[in-house]
Every structure is written in C-alpha cells, then in structure tokens.
Design a binder for this molecule. Structure first.
Ligand SMILES: Cc1cc2nc3c(=O)[nH]c(=O)nc-3n(C[C@H](O)[C@H](O)[C@H](O)COP(=O)(O)OP(=O)(O)OC[C@H]3O[C@@H](n4cnc5c(N)ncnc54)[C@H](O)[C@@H]3O)c2cc1C
Length: 506
C-alpha cells in the first residue's frame, strides 16, 4: 500500500504523469473511476459507428516533419510505434452566418499568408511579421520548458526580446500593433474558441504557439480515435510495471501537517505516497477530497477566484451517406454569427446561441466509418452555467433534442446541405454528460477560463506559489498549461518532473 506517487484520474494529464514517473523508476499507483482510461480522450460505439468523444485535431505532432512537442514527448516515452497519426490538410473553414462570409485556410506558413492576402489584400506584411514572431515565441517557450522553472531573465531579455515584449498582451493587442487589417485579424483568430476566451482576453503567446503549430506542423488526428492514444500510454505504463486500479474512485486525500500522506478509495482502502497528482479539478480536491480544516485558506481563495471555463454540448452523428454525397468538402467548419470573438463569446453565454464547430472526420480519415457513411460532430460551447439553471429531470431529454435539432438546422443552413435525412445514429452529450463522466464542476470541459491576468504564462510562472500543500500537484485541463490534448499531455510530464525534482529524485 506504499507508493512513491499516486495519480488520481487517468485522463491525458494523469496518464502521462504516471508513465513519466514510472519510467523514472518510481513506484506509481494510478486510480481511475471508470472501467477504462483516457477521460474524455476516448470513443464509444453506436450501431455500426465508433465515435470519437473529443479529439478534432491535435496540435504539436507532425508525422511528416517528425516535430512538435507532443511528437517529442511520445518519442521520449517510447509511444511512437504504438500510435498511428494522420495529418489533416487544412487548418479551418470559417463561416459567418450574419455576414454570409466563408474562408478556408490551408496548412503551411507560406500558403496561409498567401491565402490571407487573397482574402484580405495588403495583409501580407503583417501576416509575415506575425509568423516571424510565432517562431521566436516557439523558441522562447522551448527555453522556458527546458529550464524547469529556473528561468534566467537575462537570457529572455537578450535572446527572446520580442517574446518578452508581447508576453503580457492579448492576441488582439499584438495583432493591432502589427497593423494587421481588421478582417485578417478576425480570420486569424478563428481558433479562439479552442482556447475558450475571446481574442481580447487570450494570451497572444498561447494563441501564437497553438496556431503556429497547426499551420506549420499540420493538425493531426489518431487513425483509430483518441482511445488508441490513451490505450498506448496506459499499456506502456503497465509494461513498465506501473500499477493501476480502474473502477476505483478516490474519495479522500489524506493531509497531515500540510503534507499529503496518501488517499482513501471508494472500496475503503488506504494507499500511502508522498506525491499525489490530481488529474481532477482543484474544486473537487479542495472542496470535497480534503477535510475542510486541512485546506489552506489561500488554496480555497484562489480556487474560488478562478472562473470555470467552457461547458460542452456535442452532437455526434452517424450518417448513411458519404461526405461527397452530402456535399461536405472540408474537415472542420467553424460556424459563428460574426467573426467578432468578443461578441460571440457573450452570445455563447446563452443556451440557444447557434455557434458551433462541425467536424467531418472522414475528410481526414476516409475509413473512420463504414464505406458510404460519414461521421459528423457538432460541438458547441457555453460560457455560463445556463444549462444547469434550465435543465431539470422533467425537461432534460426534450432540451437535449431541441439543442440537437437546432444545431443540425443551423449546420445545414450554413453549409447548404441536407444532414437530417441521412441520420442513422445520433448521440448528444450535454454539460450533465461531461460532469457525470469526468467529475468536473458544471460539466466544464476547458478547465478555468483564461483571462488577461490569469493566463498560460502567469500560471506557469506562479506554479510554485500555488503549491499550497506539500506533495500535492495538479495535471490536466485545470492545471497551469490549460486545456487541450497537447497542453494536458505536457502538463502531465511537467508536473511529474517537477514533483521528482522537489522530492529529490531524478
Ligand atoms: C467535445 C470535446 C472536444 C474537444 N476537442 C479537442 C480538440 O479537438 N483538440 C484538443 O486539443 N482538445 C480538445 N478537447 C479538450 C481535451 O479533450 C481535454 O482538454 C483533455 O482531454 C482533458 O484531459 P485531462 O487530463 O484534463 O483529463 P480528463 O479527460 O478531464 O479526465 C479526468 C479523469 O479523472 C477521472 N476522475 C475524476 N474524479 C476522480 C476520482 N475522484 N477518482 C478517480 N478518478 C477520477 C475521470 O473519470 C477522468 O477519467 C475537447 C474536449 C471535448 C470534451
């Protein structure tokens, strides 16, 4: 019952943290509530369709260039030969419903700049400066990553001067200062929804790093859904003599004299370790898992001060026609009323807001479903707790149906297609589904909201100050790298190495 480290939750962050520690020779116990691993990085089957639960596109993994932070991480953890990834040959297709505008952006920096020049004449110079800046930011982030918290500010000032200048500004501010035309700024910001905050709030550095990776390295997707990725990490962990218990929920984290001592699980067993990594929200950890009088005041204050990020609604559709028959040419369709992210963010606080991301998985992986069929995902985000205020046990299923119906109609209108007549299977996940599945508050799928003052860099720089209980660490979407596949994987690695450093390991 004694371990070097215990990891609570086998989502992306928990899996990578467990494997990293195990590969460093530590004795790790991974505890997961469900009967399988991956958290939302999983799939499910309805009829003849296997639906991906979450992954639309992975950033930081290039098959072709053999580059990217996730590629390197998988290589270091001996995972590369266990996963099969497919590059996606476009970045995004964005549609503005109100203005009847549509833009399709390619992969490759030069292609991207040239396409933007076609759509927005005179944008080339500022777009070129933007991508040059992206390159410097990538190098600076690599430096920050490599120095494991021991940052030399002089190196930053001398080598990464532009990074330092824009580090505390929002995406919008930096694009304005590059004198980028408004329309180009709006198109370039299409991915804002992936980071869950409008362009006036998202950190420039965070956005630049994400879009640079998508444009330069291509977005990728797992050929066998994200469940393959989760299983590859899990199997490597077991092969390295890691121990895991599925169907085992952690009900309590034992804390004495402000240090973690271990955990108590749903079957009443106690496991001891000096390191506990929580792949769950601080709301759960400080609100339920640790006895009230053992929770440091500052931990409670910080958790309450942070705002919960986006809640998810996802309509999973199995269609009995091919993408060509349906007239769906693109991989991802970002559908907004306008291209003004601030306006759209506000609109997405209401339940009926029409904004969504549609993904046609077969346009990257043709055999993702049986021949002559299509899998289409329509995902919407909510930036308020409106769903739990409206839904109750009497109206829940009606509400789900109404939301799905509206999403399908809006998608059909935006893309001028007929989806309804081809529906063979349909499943709808609401914030309630995600809350039940992940145990995250209000069904949040994006961790805490990124804001100007509480963003990627401030969270990374303050991580030591946020260690309120000795030996207790966080990995995953609620941790300091924020949400997304690449971020949660990296957060798992970062926190494992940090815990080892602090506990005097290697
Ligand atoms: C619909 C959707 C689409 C998305 N699309 C993309 C995309 O295209 N690209 C991208 O990069 N990201 C995307 N994301 C985000 C990405 O999936 C998440 O950021 C990431 O998977 C979250 O990983 P995590 O480490 O936070 O773990 P989670 O997936 O949140 O898993 C947490 C795990 O902890 C377990 N657990 C909870 N409480 C306990 C307990 N008390 N004891 C034991 N176990 C417990 C849960 O069962 C779960 O397995 C999407 C997410 C969703 C939902």
């Amino acid at each position: 019952m004694n371990y070097d480290a215990i990891v609570i939750g086998a989502g992306n962050g928990g899996l990578i943290a467990s494997l990293t520690l195990q590969k460093k020779g530590k004795k790790v116990l991974l505890l997961e509530s469900h009967n399988t691993v991956g958290g939302v990085a999983t799939s499910f089957i309805r009829g003849r369709f296997e639906f991906e639960a979450s992954l639309h596109e992975l950033c930081g993994f290039s098959n072709v260039l053999q580059e990217g932070e996730v590629y390197k991480l998988f290589k270091n953890l001996d995972l590369l030969d266990k996963v099969k990834m497919q590059d996606i040959n476009e970045t995004f297709h964005v549609i503005s419903l109100d203005n009847k505008e549509e833009y399709t952006m390619p992969v490759g920096v030069e292609n991207f700049i040239n396409k933007m020049e076609e759509y927005v004449p005179n944008s080339k110079e500022s777009m070129t400066s933007f991508f040059q800046l992206c390159e410097e930011i990538e190098e600076a982030l690599q430096y920050l990553n490599d120095c494991h918290g021991k940052v030399d500010v002089n190196v930053l000032k001398e080598k990464y001067y532009n990074f330092m200048i824009c580090a505390s500004y929002s995406l919008e501010k930096v694009l304005e200062s590059l004198k980028m035309p408004k329309k180009a700024r709006e198109i370039l910001s299409t991915y804002w929804v992936y980071l869950g905050s409008p362009s006036t709030e998202i950190s420039f550095v965070h956005y630049a790093s994400m879009i640079y990776s998508y444009v330069k390295l291509h977005p990728t997707i797992s050929l066998k859904k994200s469940h393959e990725l989760s299983m590859a990490i899990y199997e490597e962990f077991l092969k390295s003599n890691g121990e895991a218990k599925l169907l085992t929920t952690v009900n309590k984290i034992i804390v004495e004299d402000n240090e973690v001592k271990g955990v108590i699980t749903s079957d009443g067993k106690t496991y001891y370790a000096k390191i506990v990594i929580a792949n769950v929200s601080p709301n759960l950890v400080y609100g339920k898992l640790i006895e009230k009088d053992k929770v440091p005041k500052k931990a409670r204050q910080l958790t309450n001060a942070r705002i919960l990020g986006a809640r998810g609604i996802c309509v999973y559709l199995g269609l009995n026609k091919s993408p060509e028959e349906l007239g769906l040419k693109n991989y991802s369709y970002f559908i907004y009323h306008t291209l003004d992210s601030k306006k759209e963010f506000e609109r997405m606080k209401k339940l009926k807001n029409d904004n969504m991301v549609g993904v046609v998985i077969n346009n990257a992986v043709p055999n993702a479903s049986p021949k002559g069929t299509t899998i289409l995902y329509l995902t919407g985000l909510l930036f308020s707790d409106i769903f739990s205020n409206i839904a109750n046990k009497d109206n829940y299923f009606e509400l789900k149906d109404a939301i799905a119906q509206n999403f399908i109609e809006v998608f059909e209108e935006a893309t001028n297609t007929n989806i309804s007549d081809a529906i063979e299977e349909i499943e709808v996940a609401t914030p309630l589904t995600f809350a039940r599945y992940t145990n995250h508050p209000d069904g949040v799928i994006y961790g805490y909201l990124a804001k100007k003052s509480d963003n990627l860099l401030p969270r990374m720089m303050n991580k030591d100050a946020e260690e309120y209980i000795k030996g207790l660490y966080f990995a995953g979407g609620f941790a300091n790298r924020l949400d997304g596949y690449s971020s949660t994987y990296k957060s798992g690695e970062m926190v494992a190495l940090e815990a080892l450093d602090k506990e005097g390991g290697k």
